[in-house]
Design a protein around this ligand. Structure first.
Ligand SMILES: *[C@@H]1O[C@H](CO)[C@@H](O)[C@H](O)[C@H]1NC(C)=O
Ligand SMILES: *[C@@H]1O[C@H](CO)[C@@H](O)[C@H](O)[C@H]1NC(C)=O
Ligand SMILES: *[C@@H]1O[C@H](CO)[C@@H](O)[C@H](O)[C@H]1NC(C)=O
Ligand SMILES: *[C@@H]1O[C@H](CO)[C@@H](O)[C@H](O)[C@H]1NC(C)=O
Ligand SMILES: *[C@@H]1O[C@H](CO)[C@@H](O)[C@H](O)[C@H]1NC(C)=O
Length: 935
C-alpha cells in the first residue's frame, strides 16, 4: 500500500443541510453495525478523502472495510473520480488506486481521461473524518452527485425535481451488496422506483417487448448466438439503459451507460438493478435527458459518436442470400426484380463469390472476374449497388496472399506466442487483431486490393463476435479435410483451455444462457492482443475494432461516404456502421421480435438497423413473407436475406408477396426524402430513425411497453400485422388525428385507445399524425430514379379544427460526399410551415442554402392539406417574396375524409382533403402560398 500524504481530507464545499446530515449520520451508524446479511458478499468500502481535482472533477479515495474471499481477493484501495463533463452528463469512474486496470481503449472510443491514480494520503481514523454527506453539482448542471462515506455509496439526483436517478446504497433489507471491487468481480447496484420504465441493455431478443422485464436475464458478452435465442447475450454489447419516469403526468427520461467491455450479468428486479462484471472498471456516464426521450439519445450519441451518415441508396431495398451460386444466378435475381416491378437498390453476395470461403478472393469458376465486372457495369449503370460479405477469420493457407501478407506484418491475435488457431468457413483461420495499428494498415491494403479487383460499393462484416467453430487450443490434423461436412463442425483437434483465471474466472456470467465457458466457440480468453491486452478484456470489442478498421479503410481509399454492415456491435458502433439483427427464424414470433430489437438499436445509437426480411431460415410461408415485407419495408435497413439451405424467398417468388412488396416498398420509395432527412437528424442529434411510440408521446403511459407498432421519425406510425391469418390489426392510437398514408381520406381519431383496422393480406397500416408536413416524392424502381421525381407536401391539421399549425423539414445533399452537413455547397435544408387560422390556410418554406436544390432542379408539384373544413378559393403564391401572377396551371380538388371512429360528441365535423396540383415551386426557393377556405 502506497498512499502518500500531503492533501487535505476536508470537504471543499460548505456543509449541506444539517438536519439531513444528522439523519444520515444515524442511518450510517445503524447500517454499519448491522450489515450481517449472508447473501451479501461485502461490507463495502469507506470513503477516506475527497477533494477537488485539477480539471474540475472530484477525486476520492476508498478503503476496503473487510476482506472476503468469494470471487477472489478484494482490491484494497480505490480511486473515485467524479466529473460534470457537460451540463447534462455526469461521469463517475471508480478504479484501483494503485494499479492501472483495463478500460475501453481511449483511442477506440475517444473521451476524456480521468486523472492518473494520484496516490493519496492515508487518513488516520478514517471513517468519520470527512463529511458524511456532500453534494456536488456544477453551475448549469442538471445532475447532482452525492455520497455517503461508510459504507461508501453514491447517488445521482435530478436538480430540477430532486428525483433520485441512481442510488447505490444497500440497506439491510436489500437483496444486493454494497460496492464490491475485486480483480475479476465488480458488483454495484442501484435502487429504482417501481414504476420506472427501462429500455436497453443488449443485444438481446426480448420476448416481453422493448420494456425491460423484471427477472429476465440480461447478460452482456458478444457471442455468435442467433436472434432466435431469447433473453441471451447475442452479437453485440450495449451496457446502457434509458429510464423513463412519469410522476403525476410529469415525464422525464435519463440514460445510464456503464462503459465496460468485460462480460457482465445485469440483474433487473423491477425496483433495483445490479451489475455483476468480471473485469475492467466502473465507468458510469449519467445523461440527464429531459422531458423528451430524444434528449437522452442526443446526449448519449454526443459522447459515443453520432450515427454514421448513410448514402441515399442504402435507404433503398436490399436483396441478399447465401447461395447465389454464380454470377448468372445473381444477375437473374436483379432481372426478376425488374420484371416484377419491385424496387431494388442493392444486390448482395454472401460468401458464394469467394474462392473456398477466403476473404477478398473470387471463385474462378462461378464468379470469374470478367463476367462479374460486366454484370456490375450493368448494375452500376442503373444506379444500383453491389455489396459482398467478409469475415474476420483469415484462411491459413500458404498460397493465399491475404494470409501471407498478414503473417509478414504479424497482424494476428496470439496464444502462447503463436497466432491463435481457430476455424470458420474457410477451415483453419487466424484472427486479425484490430487493436494493432499494423493490422489496420494491412486490412486497409487488403480492401484496396479487393476494390481494384471488384468495384464493391460497401462491405458486410460478419462473424465478428468473433465466431469460432472450435473452442480452446487447436491443431490442424493432417489428412483430415477441413472444412469438413457440414462446414461449421469443428475439424481441428482441440483441447479446452482451463489453465488460467481468465479462461476460468471465479464468477461465471450466464454466457449463451448456460454459463458456457467464456472462450466457448470464440477466441480463448487468455489469448493476447497488441500490447499484451487480454482477449478476456477486449473480447466484446472485437466487432467494434473490426468496424472502425473497415471504416478507416474506406475513408482513406476514396472520398466517398462508406456503407458498412456489421453483425457485432459495441457502444459507439453506430458512428461507423449499420447493423442487422443476425440470424433469425421465419416465424411469426420472430417477425414480432424484430421490432423490439430494431427499437433497442435506435436507443443504442445504431439507427440504421433491420432484420432479415422473411427470416433467415427455414422457409417462410407465403403469408408470413407477405407480412414481413409489409413490416420490413419500414425498417430503416430493409433487406431480404436467406440461408443457403432455404428455398428462394425473393419477393417476386410468390405473386402475392410481389404485390405486397410493390405496395409497401412503393410507399417506402415515396418516403425516401423523409427517411433521408431522418438519417440526417440521426447524424446530427442521435434521433433514432425508427422509434418507440412513446418517443413522441412521452406522457402517454399506455405506449410505454408498446412493441408491436413504431414510429418513423416523430409522426409516421407503422402498425403491422404480426399474426397468422389476421385480416385486422388492433393498433394503439395516441390522441389526435392520424391519416392513412395509402389513402389519406381514411382517418383515425386517436383517443389513446386501441382501434381495429382493416388489414387484408396486401395492406400495411401506416399513418401520419396531425401537425406534420411530410415531404414525399413519386417513388421508382431505384432510389436514384425516385430521387429525380417531383416533390409533394402532405400537410396535416387536426381533423375539422378551425386553428392549426404544422411543421416539417427536408434535408438534401450529394450523398456520395463523406460528410453529411450543411455549408459545403452540396446540401440544402428546408423548414416547412403551415397554419390554419380564421379560414385561411397558409403553407410556406424557409430555405437554407438553396443553391444545391436549385441546381438539381427539384420542384414541388402538389400540396395536400388534410383536416380542413372546406375547399379552397383565391389561391395566392409567392416565390422568394414575389407574387406569382399566373397560377392558371394550379387547381384545387377536394374529397371528404372518412373517420374510422367519429369524434365524440361532435359528429358534424368531418373534415376534407384539399389538394393543390399543377404547381411548379422550385424547392430551393422560399415559397409561400395561401388561400381562403370556402364551404
Ligand atoms: C401530455 O402532454 C401533452 C402535450 O405536452 C398535453 O397536451 C397533455 O395534456 C398531456 N397529457 C397528460 C395526461 O398529462
Ligand atoms: C449457375 O448456377 C445455376 C444453378 O446452379 C446453374 O443452373 C447454371 O448453369 C450456372 N451457370 C453458370 C454459367 O455456371
Ligand atoms: C489454399 O488455397 C488454394 C487456392 O484456393 C487451394 O487450392 C488449396 O487447397 C488451399 N490449401 C489449403 C491447405 O487449404
Ligand atoms: C470442453 O468444454 C466444453 C464446454 O465448455 C465441453 O462441452 C467439452 O466436453 C469440453 N471438452 C473436453 C475435452 O473436456
Ligand atoms: C441464464 O440464461 C438463460 C437463458 O435466458 C435462462 O433461462 C437462465 O435462467 C439464466 N440463468 C440465470 C441463473 O439467470
Amino acid at each position: 500500500m502506497m498512499f502518500f500524504s500531503g492533501s487535505s481530507s476536508k470537504s471543499p464545499w460548505p456543509p449541506t443541510i444539517l438536519l439531513f446530515l444528522f439523519i444520515l449520520n444515524i442511518a450510517l451508524v445503524s447500517s454499519t453495525k448491522t450489515t450481517t446479511s449472508t447473501s451479501k458478499i461485502s461490507q463495502g468500502y469507506s470513503l477516506i478523502s475527497i477533494e477537488e481535482a485539477p480539471n474540475g472533477g472530484l477525486i476520492g479515495h476508498l478503503h476496503l472495510n473487510k476482506k472476503t474471499n468469494i470471487y477472489g481477493p478484494d482490491i484494497p484501495h480505490l480511486q473515485l473520480f467524479v466529473k460534470h463533463e457537460t451540463e447534462d452528463r455526469l461521469r463517475v469512474h471508480i478504479t484501483d488506486a494503485e494499479k492501472q486496470r483495463w478500460e475501453v481503449p481511449y483511442d477506440l472510443l475517444p473521451r476524456e481521461k480521468p486523472p492518473k491514480s494520484a496516490l493519496h494520503k492515508s487518513v488516520a481514523g478514517e471513517t468519520g473524518e470527512i463529511p458524511f454527506l456532500s453534494e456536488k453539482s456544477s453551475a448549469g448542471s442538471e445532475l447532482v452527485f452525492s455520497y455517503k462515506s461508510n459504507p461508501f455509496s453514491f447517488a445521482v439526483k435530478r436538480k430540477s425535481n430532486g428525483e433520485t436517478l441512481f442510488d447505490s446504497t444497500s440497506e439491510n433489507s436489500d437483496p444486493f451488496s454494497n460496492l464490491v471491487f475485486k480483480d475479476q468481480y465488480i458488483e454495484i447496484s442501484t435502487k429504482l422506483p417501481k414504476d420506472a420504465s427501462l429500455y436497453g441493455l443488449g443485444e438481446n431478443t426480448q420476448p416481453h417487448g422493448i420494456k425491460l422485464h423484471p427477472n429476465d436475464p440480461y447478460t452482456i458478452y458478444t457471442a455468435d448466438q442467433s436472434a432466435i435465442n431469447l433473453n441471451m447475450d447475442l452479437y453485440g454489447s450495449h451496457p446502457v439503459y434509458m429510464d423513463l419516469r412519469n410522476v403525476g403526468g410529469q415525464v422525464t427520461s435519463h440514460g445510464v451507460l456503464l462503459l465496460n467491455s468485460n462480460g457482465m450479468d445485469v440483474i433487473y428486479r423491477g425496483n433495483s438493478l445490479t451489475y455483476k462484471i468480471i473485469g475492467g472498471v466502473l465507468d458510469f456516464y449519467f445523461f440527464a435527458g429531459g422531458a423528451s426521450p430524444l434528449s437522452v439519445v442526443d446526449q448519449y450519441t454526443q459522447l459515443v459518436g453520432r450515427p454514421a451518415p448513410m448514402p441515399y441508396w442504402a435507404l433503398g431495398f436490399h436483396q441478399c442470400r447465401w447461395g447465389y451460386k454464380n454470377v448468372s444466378v445473381t444477375e437473374a435475381v436483379v432481372e426478376n426484380y425488374r420484371k416484377a416491378k419491385i424496387p431494388l437498390d442493392v444486390i448482395w453476395n454472401d460468401d458464394d463469390h469467394m474462392d473456398a470461403a477466403k476473404d477478398f478472393t473470387l471463385d474462378p469458376v462461378n464468379f470469374p472476374r470478367p463476367k462479374l465486372l460486366s454484370f456490375l457495369e450493368k448494375v452500376h449503370s442503373r444506379g444500383m449497388k453491389y455489396i459482398v460479405l467478409t469475415d474476420p477469420g483469415i484462411g491459413v493457407n500458404e498460397s493465399y496472399g491475404v494470409f501471407k501478407r498478414g503473417m509478414a506484418d504479424d497482424v494476428f491475435i496470439k496464444y502462447e506466442g503463436e497466432p491463435f488457431l481457430a476455424q470458420v468457413w474457410p477451415g483453419p483461420v487466424y484472427f486479425p487483431d484490430f487493436l494493432n495499428p499494423k493490422t489496420v494498415s494491412w486490412w486497409t491494403d487488403e480492401i484496396r486490393r479487393f476494390r481494384e479487383l471488384v468495384p464493391i460499393d460497401g462491405l458486410w462484416i460478419d462473424m465478428n463476435e468473433p465466431s469460432n467453430f472450435c473452442s480452446g487450443k487447436c491443431k490442424i490434423v493432417k489428412n483430415r479435410p477441413c472444412p469438413g461436412d457440414p462446414g461449421w463442425e469443428c475439424c481441428l483437434d482441440c483441447t479446452n483451455i482451463t489453465t488460467t483465471r481468465w479462461d476460468d474466472p471465479p464468477y461465471k456470467i450466464n454466457v449463451s444462457g448456460v454459463h458456457a465457458a467464456l472462450g466457448f466457440k470464440t477466441i480463448a480468453t487468455s489469448a493476447t492482443h497488441y500490447n499484451g491486452v487480454l482477449e478476456y478484456d477486449a473480447h466484446s470489442l472485437y466487432g467494434f475494432s473490426h468496424t472502425i478498421a473497415t471504416h478507416k479503410a474506406f475513408m482513406s481509399l476514396e472520398e466517398k461516404r462508406p456503407f458498412i454492415l456489421t453483425r457485432s456491435t459495441f457502444v459507439g458502433s453506430g458512428h461507423y456502421a449499420a447493423h442487422w439483427t443476425g440470424d433469425n427464424k421465419g416465424t411469426w414470433e420472430n417477425l414480432k421480435y424484430s421490432i423490439s430489437t430494431m427499437l433497442n438499436f435506435g436507443i443504442f445509437g445504431v439507427p440504421m438497423v433491420g432484420s432479415d426480411i422473411c427470416g433467415f431460415y427455414p422457409a417462410p410461408t407465403e403469408e408470413l413473407c407477405n407480412r414481413w415485407i409489409e413490416l420490413g419495408a419500414f425498417y430503416p435497413f430493409s433487406r431480404d436475406h436467406a440461408n443457403f439451405y432455404s428455398p428462394s424467398q425473393e419477393l417476386y417468388v410468390w405473386d402475392s408477396v410481389a404485390k405486397s412488396a410493390r405496395n409497401a416498398l412503393g410507399m417506402r420509395y415515396k418516403l425516401l426524402p423523409y427517411l433521408y432527412t431522418l438519417n440526417y437528424e440521426a447524424h446530427i442529434s442521435g434521433a433514432p430513425i425508427a422509434r418507440p411510440v412513446f418517443f413522441s408521446f412521452p406522457n402517454f403511459t399506455e405506449s410505454y411497453g408498446l412493441s408491436t407498432q413504431f414510429l418513423l421519425g416523430s409522426s409516421v406510425m407503422v402498425s403491422p400485422v404480426l399474426r397468422k391469418k389476421a385480416t385486422k390489426v388492433k393498433a394503439l392510437f395516441p390522441p389526435g388525428t392520424w391519416y392513412n398514408l395509402f389513402d389519406m381520406t381514411q382517418t383515425v381519431i386517436g383517443r389513446g385507445q386501441y382501434a381495429t383496422l382493416d388489414a387484408p393480406l396486401h395492406v400495411i397500416n401506416v399513418h401520419v399524425y396531425q401537425n406534420t408536413i411530410l415531404p414525399m416524392q413519386q417513388g421508382g424502381l431505384t432510389s436514384k430514379e425516385a430521387r429525380t421525381t417531383p416533390f409533394s407536401l402532405v400537410v396535416t391539421f387536426p381533423s375539422g379544427a378551425s386553428k392549426g399549425d404544422a411543421r416539417g423539414k427536408l434535408y438534401l445533399d450529394d450523398d456520395e460526399l463523406p460528410e453529411m452537413k450543411l455549408g459545403n455547397g452540396y446540401s440544402t435544408y428546408i423548414d416547412f410551415y403551415a397554419t390554419l387560422n380564421e379560414k385561411t390556410v397558409k403553407v410556406w418554406s424557409d430555405v437554407q442554402e438553396g443553391k444545391y436544390a436549385l441546381q438539381k432542379g427539384w420542384t414541388i408539384e402538389k400540396v395536400t392539406v388534410l383536416g380542413l373544413d372546406g375547399i379552397g378559393e383565391s389561391l395566392a403564391v409567392d416565390i422568394d417574396g414575389m407574387p406569382v401572377s399566373d397560377m392558371s396551371s394550379a387547381e384545387f380538388s377536394a374529397s371528404d375524409l372518412y373517420h374510422l371512429e367519429k369524434l365524440e360528441g361532435d359528429t358534424k365535423k368531418k373534415g376534407m382533403m384539399v389538394e393543390v396540383k399543377g404547381l411548379e415551386l422550385p424547392l430551393g426557393k422560399k415559397f409561400s402560398m395561401s388561400w381562403k377556405m370556402g364551404i
